[in-house]
Design a binder for this molecule. Structure first.
Ligand code: ATP
Length: 133
């Protein structure tokens, strides 16, 4: 089966670097399935789980926004943070979700509201990725 190199990188570390047969991401303009030899592109990503197909198995990674870059030689996902399900702390994500929900229910300015909304999305993304394993 033909494969390509997929790298998932954050400012802190390289979260993932493997030969895979397909990656499915949620771009801001919709879902995108990348197979080997896809045309080069760069597009922003939503805060959502990324699905990877490798050796006939599926794997998910919580990717918190960022960009996907499809190059000739490899595919790179660059994000502020990304976690493998095994590294996700459920209690921490549940606490972050609750905090964000509380902040959203209070009266705040638009900036705080947006921040709380993003934080809520990251927490839901982590819980979602963990539950899909
Ligand atoms: P929190 O409010 O719990 O810190 P956050 O969404 O603000 O969550 P980020 O700023 O996105 O956290 O991430 C900071 C660092 O902590 C990153 O390295 C990220 O991978 C890690 N991280 C955040 N939440 C979790 C979690 N629930 N489980 C494992 N790692 C996490």
């Amino acid at each position: 089966m033909s494969t390509f190199l997929l790298e998932i990188v954050t400012p802190e570390r390289k979260v993932y670097a493997e030969q895979v047969s397909m990656v499915i991401v949620k771009g801001v303009e919709g879902e995108l399935g990348i197979l080997p030899n896809h045309i080069p592109l760069v597009t922003p990503l939503k805060i959502a789980p990324v699905t990877i197909k490798k050796d006939r198995k599926e794997q998910v990674i919580a990717v918190n926004g960022g960009f996907i870059e499809v190059r000739k030689d490899k595919v790179v996902i660059l994000a502020e943070s990304a976690e493998l399900p095994a590294d996700i702390d459920i209690e921490r994500a549940q606490a972050a979700k609750q905090r964000a929900e509380q902040r959203l229910s209070g009266k705040r300015d638009e900036f705080d509201f947006r921040r709380a909304e993003m934080s809520l999305q990251r927490a839901i993304n982590r819980l979602d990725a963990k539950h899909r394993v």
